[in-house]
Design a protein around this ligand. Sequence first.
Ligand SMILES: Cc1ncc(COP(=O)(O)O)c(C=O)c1O
Length: 431
Amino acid sequence: MKEIKFPLRDRDIPRYFYNILGDLPKPPAPPLDPRTQQPIDPSALSAIFPHALIEQEVSGQSEIPIPEPVLEAYTLYRPTPLVRAVRLEQALKTPAHIYFKNEAVSPTGSHKPNTAIAQAYYNAQEGVRGLVTETGAGQWGSALALAGIFFGLEITVYMVKISFEQKPYRKSMIQAYGAQVFSSPTDRTAIGRKIRAEQPDTPGSLGIAISEAIEIAAGSKDVNYALGSVLNHVLLHQTVIGLEAQKQMALAGDYPDVVIACHGGGSNFGGIAFPFLRDKFAGRRIRFLAAEPASCPSLTKGEFRYDFGDVAGMTPLMQMYTLGSDFIPAPIHAGGLRYHGSAPLVAHLLHEGLIEAVAYEQNEVFEAALLFARTQGIIPAPESSHAIRAAIDEANRAREEGKERVILFNLSGHGDFDMSAYDSYLSGKMM
Ligand SMILES: Cc1ncc(COP(=O)(O)O)c(C=O)c1O
Protein backbone atom coordinates (compact mmCIF):
# COMPACT_ATOMS: atom_id res chain seq x y z
CA MET A 1 0.00 0.00 0.00
CA LYS A 2 1.33 3.43 -0.97
CA GLU A 3 1.54 6.27 1.56
CA ILE A 4 -0.80 8.93 0.24
CA LYS A 5 -1.22 11.29 3.21
CA PHE A 6 1.58 13.23 4.86
CA PRO A 7 0.14 14.53 8.11
CA LEU A 8 1.61 17.29 10.25
CA ARG A 9 0.84 17.99 13.90
CA ASP A 10 -0.73 21.16 15.32
CA ARG A 11 2.70 22.31 16.40
CA ASP A 12 3.85 22.16 12.75
CA ILE A 13 1.54 25.01 11.71
CA PRO A 14 3.89 27.71 10.40
CA ARG A 15 4.80 30.36 13.00
CA TYR A 16 5.33 33.06 10.39
CA PHE A 17 3.87 34.28 7.10
CA TYR A 18 6.35 34.35 4.20
CA ASN A 19 6.63 37.83 2.68
CA ILE A 20 7.89 37.51 -0.89
CA LEU A 21 8.26 41.31 -1.19
CA GLY A 22 11.47 41.05 0.84
CA ASP A 23 13.05 38.55 -1.57
CA LEU A 24 12.00 39.67 -5.06
CA PRO A 25 14.95 40.09 -7.45
CA LYS A 26 13.32 43.32 -8.73
CA PRO A 27 10.70 45.26 -6.71
CA PRO A 28 7.21 45.68 -8.20
CA ALA A 29 5.97 49.14 -9.23
CA PRO A 30 4.35 50.94 -6.28
CA PRO A 31 0.61 51.69 -6.06
CA LEU A 32 -0.20 55.25 -7.17
CA ASP A 33 -2.53 57.91 -5.82
CA PRO A 34 -4.98 58.44 -8.72
CA ARG A 35 -5.15 62.21 -8.02
CA THR A 36 -1.39 62.89 -8.08
CA GLN A 37 -0.16 59.84 -10.06
CA GLN A 38 2.58 59.64 -7.38
CA PRO A 39 3.30 56.61 -5.15
CA ILE A 40 0.59 56.52 -2.52
CA ASP A 41 1.42 57.39 1.09
CA PRO A 42 0.45 54.18 2.94
CA SER A 43 -1.20 56.24 5.69
CA ALA A 44 -3.83 57.29 3.11
CA LEU A 45 -5.22 53.76 3.48
CA SER A 46 -5.89 54.16 7.21
CA ALA A 47 -9.51 55.23 6.59
CA ILE A 48 -10.33 51.64 5.63
CA PHE A 49 -7.49 49.38 6.88
CA PRO A 50 -5.84 48.90 10.30
CA HIS A 51 -2.21 50.01 10.70
CA ALA A 52 -0.91 46.48 11.14
CA LEU A 53 -2.21 45.44 7.71
CA ILE A 54 -0.96 48.65 6.05
CA GLU A 55 2.49 47.87 7.49
CA GLN A 56 2.32 44.33 6.11
CA GLU A 57 1.31 45.71 2.71
CA VAL A 58 4.66 47.48 2.33
CA SER A 59 6.93 45.46 4.63
CA GLY A 60 10.27 44.16 3.34
CA GLN A 61 10.66 41.68 6.24
CA SER A 62 10.76 38.14 4.80
CA GLU A 63 9.14 36.39 7.77
CA ILE A 64 6.27 38.02 9.69
CA PRO A 65 5.36 36.25 12.96
CA ILE A 66 1.80 34.91 13.21
CA PRO A 67 0.09 36.16 16.40
CA GLU A 68 -0.90 33.47 18.95
CA PRO A 69 -4.72 34.06 18.73
CA VAL A 70 -4.51 33.63 14.94
CA LEU A 71 -2.55 30.37 15.38
CA GLU A 72 -5.16 29.18 17.87
CA ALA A 73 -7.95 29.81 15.38
CA TYR A 74 -5.94 28.07 12.63
CA THR A 75 -5.71 24.91 14.75
CA LEU A 76 -9.45 24.41 14.14
CA TYR A 77 -8.56 23.14 10.65
CA ARG A 78 -4.79 23.50 10.07
CA PRO A 79 -2.49 21.81 9.20
CA THR A 80 -4.55 20.88 6.13
CA PRO A 81 -3.88 17.55 4.38
CA LEU A 82 -1.43 17.03 1.55
CA VAL A 83 -2.64 14.06 -0.45
CA ARG A 84 -1.10 12.12 -3.29
CA ALA A 85 -3.85 11.65 -5.87
CA VAL A 86 -2.93 8.05 -6.78
CA ARG A 87 -6.38 7.16 -8.04
CA LEU A 88 -6.28 10.11 -10.43
CA GLU A 89 -2.74 9.11 -11.51
CA GLN A 90 -3.99 5.58 -12.21
CA ALA A 91 -6.98 6.83 -14.22
CA LEU A 92 -4.64 9.00 -16.32
CA LYS A 93 -2.06 6.16 -16.65
CA THR A 94 0.59 8.78 -16.02
CA PRO A 95 4.08 8.31 -14.57
CA ALA A 96 3.60 11.72 -12.89
CA HIS A 97 3.15 12.00 -9.14
CA ILE A 98 0.18 14.31 -8.48
CA TYR A 99 -0.16 15.88 -5.04
CA PHE A 100 -2.82 18.28 -3.84
CA LYS A 101 -2.99 20.49 -0.79
CA ASN A 102 -6.55 20.28 0.50
CA GLU A 103 -7.75 23.68 1.69
CA ALA A 104 -11.35 22.49 1.30
CA VAL A 105 -11.22 21.10 4.85
CA SER A 106 -11.54 24.54 6.45
CA PRO A 107 -14.90 25.10 8.22
CA THR A 108 -16.21 27.21 5.34
CA GLY A 109 -14.74 24.98 2.63
CA SER A 110 -11.90 27.00 1.13
CA HIS A 111 -8.54 28.70 1.71
CA LYS A 112 -10.25 32.02 2.48
CA PRO A 113 -10.30 31.69 6.31
CA ASN A 114 -6.47 31.86 6.34
CA THR A 115 -6.61 35.59 5.68
CA ALA A 116 -10.11 36.23 7.06
CA ILE A 117 -8.93 35.15 10.53
CA ALA A 118 -5.75 37.23 10.34
CA GLN A 119 -7.58 40.32 9.04
CA ALA A 120 -10.32 40.05 11.66
CA TYR A 121 -7.69 39.72 14.39
CA TYR A 122 -5.64 42.78 13.37
CA ASN A 123 -8.81 44.90 12.99
CA ALA A 124 -10.17 43.82 16.38
CA GLN A 125 -6.79 44.63 17.97
CA GLU A 126 -7.15 48.21 16.76
CA GLY A 127 -10.69 48.65 18.14
CA VAL A 128 -12.63 48.31 14.90
CA ARG A 129 -16.34 47.45 15.42
CA GLY A 130 -17.20 45.93 12.06
CA LEU A 131 -15.90 44.89 8.66
CA VAL A 132 -17.55 45.27 5.31
CA THR A 133 -16.54 43.26 2.27
CA GLU A 134 -17.44 41.91 -1.16
CA THR A 135 -17.79 38.26 -2.13
CA GLY A 136 -17.94 36.53 -5.49
CA ALA A 137 -18.95 32.92 -5.05
CA GLY A 138 -19.56 33.43 -1.34
CA GLN A 139 -16.44 31.60 -0.14
CA TRP A 140 -14.76 34.79 1.03
CA GLY A 141 -17.94 36.24 2.54
CA SER A 142 -18.59 33.10 4.58
CA ALA A 143 -14.95 32.96 5.72
CA LEU A 144 -15.04 36.55 6.96
CA ALA A 145 -18.44 35.97 8.60
CA LEU A 146 -16.86 33.10 10.58
CA ALA A 147 -13.73 35.09 11.44
CA GLY A 148 -15.95 37.92 12.69
CA ILE A 149 -17.36 35.58 15.33
CA PHE A 150 -13.87 34.64 16.56
CA PHE A 151 -12.92 38.26 17.21
CA GLY A 152 -16.31 39.87 17.97
CA LEU A 153 -16.74 41.90 14.76
CA GLU A 154 -19.98 42.71 12.89
CA ILE A 155 -19.63 41.58 9.28
CA THR A 156 -21.50 42.94 6.23
CA VAL A 157 -21.10 41.27 2.84
CA TYR A 158 -21.88 42.59 -0.65
CA MET A 159 -22.36 39.44 -2.73
CA VAL A 160 -22.19 39.61 -6.53
CA LYS A 161 -25.78 39.35 -7.82
CA ILE A 162 -25.27 36.35 -10.13
CA SER A 163 -23.70 34.30 -7.30
CA PHE A 164 -26.37 35.46 -4.85
CA GLU A 165 -28.85 33.82 -7.26
CA GLN A 166 -26.71 30.81 -8.31
CA LYS A 167 -25.53 29.92 -4.78
CA PRO A 168 -28.37 30.66 -2.35
CA TYR A 169 -26.92 28.40 0.35
CA ARG A 170 -23.70 30.43 0.55
CA LYS A 171 -25.93 33.36 1.45
CA SER A 172 -27.64 31.24 4.14
CA MET A 173 -24.24 30.19 5.46
CA ILE A 174 -23.13 33.81 5.82
CA GLN A 175 -26.38 34.51 7.68
CA ALA A 176 -25.94 31.41 9.84
CA TYR A 177 -22.67 32.90 11.09
CA GLY A 178 -24.64 36.03 12.05
CA ALA A 179 -23.47 38.35 9.25
CA GLN A 180 -25.56 40.51 6.92
CA VAL A 181 -25.47 39.83 3.18
CA PHE A 182 -26.80 41.90 0.25
CA SER A 183 -27.08 41.21 -3.49
CA SER A 184 -24.71 43.64 -5.26
CA PRO A 185 -25.30 46.13 -6.83
CA THR A 186 -27.62 47.38 -4.08
CA ASP A 187 -29.42 50.67 -3.58
CA ARG A 188 -27.50 51.16 -0.30
CA THR A 189 -24.57 52.94 -1.99
CA ALA A 190 -24.20 55.73 -4.56
CA ILE A 191 -22.19 53.48 -6.91
CA GLY A 192 -24.74 50.67 -6.55
CA ARG A 193 -27.64 53.02 -7.38
CA LYS A 194 -25.76 54.43 -10.40
CA ILE A 195 -25.04 50.97 -11.85
CA ARG A 196 -28.60 49.75 -11.22
CA ALA A 197 -29.95 52.81 -13.08
CA GLU A 198 -27.54 52.38 -16.01
CA GLN A 199 -27.60 48.56 -16.26
CA PRO A 200 -30.72 47.16 -14.57
CA ASP A 201 -29.92 43.60 -15.76
CA THR A 202 -26.27 43.53 -14.71
CA PRO A 203 -25.11 40.19 -13.20
CA GLY A 204 -22.85 42.27 -10.95
CA SER A 205 -19.10 41.82 -10.61
CA LEU A 206 -16.45 41.70 -7.93
CA GLY A 207 -15.30 45.14 -9.11
CA ILE A 208 -18.77 46.58 -8.37
CA ALA A 209 -19.14 44.81 -5.01
CA ILE A 210 -15.68 46.06 -3.94
CA SER A 211 -16.71 49.65 -4.77
CA GLU A 212 -19.87 49.30 -2.67
CA ALA A 213 -17.99 47.88 0.33
CA ILE A 214 -15.26 50.54 0.18
CA GLU A 215 -17.89 53.28 -0.06
CA ILE A 216 -19.54 52.06 3.15
CA ALA A 217 -16.22 51.65 5.01
CA ALA A 218 -14.86 55.03 3.87
CA GLY A 219 -18.02 56.69 5.20
CA SER A 220 -17.80 55.09 8.64
CA LYS A 221 -15.43 55.74 11.55
CA ASP A 222 -15.41 52.33 13.23
CA VAL A 223 -16.09 50.08 10.26
CA ASN A 224 -13.17 48.97 8.08
CA TYR A 225 -12.97 47.28 4.73
CA ALA A 226 -11.58 43.77 4.21
CA LEU A 227 -10.48 42.42 0.83
CA GLY A 228 -10.43 38.69 0.10
CA SER A 229 -7.59 38.73 -2.44
CA VAL A 230 -5.33 40.92 -4.64
CA LEU A 231 -3.49 42.95 -1.98
CA ASN A 232 -0.01 42.01 -0.71
CA HIS A 233 -1.15 41.37 2.87
CA VAL A 234 -3.86 38.94 1.73
CA LEU A 235 -1.40 36.89 -0.32
CA LEU A 236 1.00 37.06 2.62
CA HIS A 237 -1.51 35.39 4.99
CA GLN A 238 -2.19 32.64 2.46
CA THR A 239 1.47 31.56 2.46
CA VAL A 240 0.67 29.22 5.37
CA ILE A 241 -0.54 26.89 2.57
CA GLY A 242 2.79 26.70 0.77
CA LEU A 243 4.84 26.65 3.98
CA GLU A 244 2.95 23.58 5.20
CA ALA A 245 3.11 21.98 1.75
CA GLN A 246 6.91 22.31 1.78
CA LYS A 247 7.11 20.31 5.02
CA GLN A 248 4.66 17.72 3.69
CA MET A 249 6.44 17.29 0.35
CA ALA A 250 9.61 16.63 2.35
CA LEU A 251 7.75 13.91 4.30
CA ALA A 252 6.63 12.45 0.97
CA GLY A 253 10.24 12.45 -0.23
CA ASP A 254 9.29 14.39 -3.38
CA TYR A 255 9.75 17.94 -4.61
CA PRO A 256 7.42 19.56 -7.16
CA ASP A 257 8.53 20.22 -10.75
CA VAL A 258 5.45 22.37 -11.14
CA VAL A 259 3.15 24.15 -8.66
CA ILE A 260 -0.36 24.95 -9.91
CA ALA A 261 -3.26 27.03 -8.58
CA CYS A 262 -6.32 28.71 -10.03
CA HIS A 263 -6.23 32.46 -10.29
CA GLY A 264 -8.99 34.95 -9.48
CA GLY A 265 -7.36 37.78 -7.59
CA GLY A 266 -4.24 35.72 -6.89
CA SER A 267 -4.42 34.81 -3.21
CA ASN A 268 -4.47 31.02 -3.33
CA PHE A 269 -1.92 31.07 -6.14
CA GLY A 270 0.35 33.30 -4.06
CA GLY A 271 -0.38 31.21 -0.99
CA ILE A 272 0.91 27.95 -2.39
CA ALA A 273 3.48 29.36 -4.82
CA PHE A 274 5.38 32.05 -2.91
CA PRO A 275 7.20 29.79 -0.41
CA PHE A 276 8.34 27.62 -3.35
CA LEU A 277 9.37 30.75 -5.28
CA ARG A 278 11.76 31.42 -2.43
CA ASP A 279 13.40 28.08 -3.37
CA LYS A 280 13.49 29.19 -7.01
CA PHE A 281 15.24 32.43 -6.01
CA ALA A 282 17.78 30.20 -4.23
CA GLY A 283 18.46 28.32 -7.47
CA ARG A 284 15.98 25.40 -7.55
CA ARG A 285 14.38 24.45 -10.88
CA ILE A 286 10.62 24.69 -10.49
CA ARG A 287 7.73 25.98 -12.61
CA PHE A 288 4.58 27.80 -11.52
CA LEU A 289 1.29 27.79 -13.37
CA ALA A 290 -1.75 30.02 -12.72
CA ALA A 291 -5.00 28.70 -14.25
CA GLU A 292 -7.80 31.11 -15.11
CA PRO A 293 -11.12 31.09 -17.00
CA ALA A 294 -11.02 31.81 -20.76
CA SER A 295 -14.00 34.14 -20.23
CA CYS A 296 -12.08 36.28 -17.72
CA PRO A 297 -8.49 35.96 -18.95
CA SER A 298 -6.71 38.76 -17.10
CA LEU A 299 -3.29 37.04 -17.00
CA THR A 300 -3.33 35.54 -20.50
CA LYS A 301 -5.09 38.33 -22.42
CA GLY A 302 -5.04 41.39 -20.13
CA GLU A 303 -2.80 44.42 -20.52
CA PHE A 304 0.05 44.98 -18.06
CA ARG A 305 -0.60 48.49 -16.81
CA TYR A 306 -1.88 50.58 -13.93
CA ASP A 307 -5.59 50.14 -13.23
CA PHE A 308 -8.11 50.38 -10.42
CA GLY A 309 -9.03 47.35 -8.34
CA ASP A 310 -12.74 48.25 -8.49
CA VAL A 311 -15.32 49.65 -10.87
CA ALA A 312 -15.82 53.06 -9.26
CA GLY A 313 -12.10 53.88 -9.11
CA MET A 314 -11.98 54.10 -5.30
CA THR A 315 -8.83 52.00 -4.86
CA PRO A 316 -5.27 53.20 -5.50
CA LEU A 317 -3.97 52.56 -9.03
CA MET A 318 -2.09 49.26 -9.05
CA GLN A 319 0.14 47.76 -11.74
CA MET A 320 -1.51 44.55 -12.84
CA TYR A 321 -2.69 42.48 -15.79
CA THR A 322 -6.15 43.87 -16.41
CA LEU A 323 -9.13 43.51 -18.73
CA GLY A 324 -10.22 47.02 -17.68
CA SER A 325 -11.81 47.85 -14.34
CA ASP A 326 -15.24 48.25 -16.02
CA PHE A 327 -15.06 44.71 -17.54
CA ILE A 328 -18.10 42.63 -16.57
CA PRO A 329 -17.18 38.95 -16.93
CA ALA A 330 -19.66 36.41 -18.32
CA PRO A 331 -21.72 34.74 -15.56
CA ILE A 332 -19.60 31.57 -15.33
CA HIS A 333 -20.01 29.25 -12.35
CA ALA A 334 -16.51 29.92 -11.01
CA GLY A 335 -17.77 33.13 -9.41
CA GLY A 336 -14.55 33.60 -7.43
CA LEU A 337 -12.56 33.92 -10.67
CA ARG A 338 -14.74 36.68 -12.19
CA TYR A 339 -12.30 39.50 -11.52
CA HIS A 340 -10.99 41.94 -14.13
CA GLY A 341 -7.44 42.15 -12.76
CA SER A 342 -4.78 40.33 -10.82
CA ALA A 343 -2.75 40.75 -7.69
CA PRO A 344 0.09 43.20 -8.42
CA LEU A 345 2.55 40.64 -7.00
CA VAL A 346 1.33 37.87 -9.33
CA ALA A 347 1.32 40.29 -12.28
CA HIS A 348 4.89 41.32 -11.50
CA LEU A 349 6.07 37.70 -11.34
CA LEU A 350 4.37 36.90 -14.66
CA HIS A 351 5.82 39.99 -16.30
CA GLU A 352 9.29 38.99 -15.06
CA GLY A 353 8.88 35.51 -16.58
CA LEU A 354 9.04 33.76 -13.20
CA ILE A 355 5.60 32.15 -13.52
CA GLU A 356 3.28 31.05 -16.38
CA ALA A 357 -0.47 31.32 -16.94
CA VAL A 358 -3.05 29.27 -18.84
CA ALA A 359 -6.79 29.82 -19.55
CA TYR A 360 -9.55 27.20 -19.81
CA GLU A 361 -13.12 27.06 -21.08
CA GLN A 362 -15.84 26.18 -18.57
CA ASN A 363 -16.69 22.78 -20.10
CA GLU A 364 -13.13 21.44 -20.05
CA VAL A 365 -12.87 22.57 -16.43
CA PHE A 366 -15.98 20.64 -15.41
CA GLU A 367 -14.77 17.56 -17.30
CA ALA A 368 -11.63 17.67 -15.12
CA ALA A 369 -13.72 18.30 -11.99
CA LEU A 370 -15.78 15.16 -12.61
CA LEU A 371 -12.71 13.00 -13.22
CA PHE A 372 -11.31 14.25 -9.91
CA ALA A 373 -14.63 13.61 -8.11
CA ARG A 374 -14.88 10.13 -9.60
CA THR A 375 -11.31 9.16 -8.67
CA GLN A 376 -10.50 11.07 -5.47
CA GLY A 377 -14.07 11.39 -4.18
CA ILE A 378 -14.02 15.14 -3.50
CA ILE A 379 -16.35 17.37 -5.49
CA PRO A 380 -14.13 20.37 -6.19
CA ALA A 381 -15.14 24.03 -6.33
CA PRO A 382 -15.49 25.26 -9.92
CA GLU A 383 -12.66 27.71 -9.19
CA SER A 384 -10.28 24.99 -7.98
CA SER A 385 -11.23 22.81 -10.95
CA HIS A 386 -9.22 25.15 -13.18
CA ALA A 387 -6.13 24.01 -11.28
CA ILE A 388 -7.22 20.37 -11.60
CA ARG A 389 -7.57 20.83 -15.38
CA ALA A 390 -4.03 22.22 -15.53
CA ALA A 391 -2.68 19.40 -13.33
CA ILE A 392 -4.32 16.77 -15.55
CA ASP A 393 -2.86 18.39 -18.68
CA GLU A 394 0.61 18.36 -17.09
CA ALA A 395 0.17 14.70 -16.09
CA ASN A 396 -0.97 13.78 -19.61
CA ARG A 397 2.07 15.52 -21.08
CA ALA A 398 4.30 13.57 -18.69
CA ARG A 399 2.74 10.33 -20.01
CA GLU A 400 3.24 11.39 -23.66
CA GLU A 401 6.85 12.31 -22.97
CA GLY A 402 7.39 9.19 -20.85
CA LYS A 403 8.77 11.35 -18.03
CA GLU A 404 8.24 11.25 -14.30
CA ARG A 405 7.06 14.64 -13.15
CA VAL A 406 5.99 15.83 -9.71
CA ILE A 407 2.90 18.00 -9.82
CA LEU A 408 1.52 19.91 -6.84
CA PHE A 409 -1.75 21.81 -7.01
CA ASN A 410 -3.87 23.64 -4.50
CA LEU A 411 -7.41 22.38 -4.04
CA SER A 412 -8.61 25.80 -2.91
CA GLY A 413 -12.14 24.68 -2.07
CA HIS A 414 -14.88 22.06 -2.31
CA GLY A 415 -17.91 22.40 -4.53
CA ASP A 416 -20.62 21.17 -2.15
CA PHE A 417 -22.48 24.47 -2.51
CA ASP A 418 -22.00 24.52 -6.28
CA MET A 419 -24.29 21.66 -7.22
CA SER A 420 -26.38 23.85 -9.54
CA ALA A 421 -23.21 24.30 -11.60
CA TYR A 422 -22.70 20.51 -11.72
CA ASP A 423 -26.39 20.11 -12.56
CA SER A 424 -25.98 22.44 -15.49
CA TYR A 425 -22.91 20.54 -16.75
CA LEU A 426 -24.43 17.08 -16.26
CA SER A 427 -27.65 18.03 -18.04
CA GLY A 428 -25.71 19.42 -21.01
CA LYS A 429 -26.92 22.95 -20.47
CA MET A 430 -23.59 24.52 -19.59
CA MET A 431 -22.40 27.30 -21.91
C1 LIG B 1 -12.65 28.10 -3.92
C2 LIG B 1 -11.99 29.31 -4.46
N1 LIG B 1 -10.81 29.19 -5.09
C3 LIG B 1 -10.18 30.25 -5.62
C4 LIG B 1 -10.74 31.51 -5.56
C5 LIG B 1 -10.03 32.61 -6.24
O1 LIG B 1 -9.53 33.57 -5.44
P1 LIG B 1 -7.99 33.85 -5.34
O2 LIG B 1 -7.46 33.96 -6.75
O3 LIG B 1 -7.84 35.07 -4.60
O4 LIG B 1 -7.43 32.68 -4.66
C6 LIG B 1 -11.94 31.71 -4.89
C7 LIG B 1 -12.52 33.05 -4.74
O5 LIG B 1 -13.57 33.26 -4.23
C8 LIG B 1 -12.58 30.58 -4.33
O6 LIG B 1 -13.75 30.70 -3.70
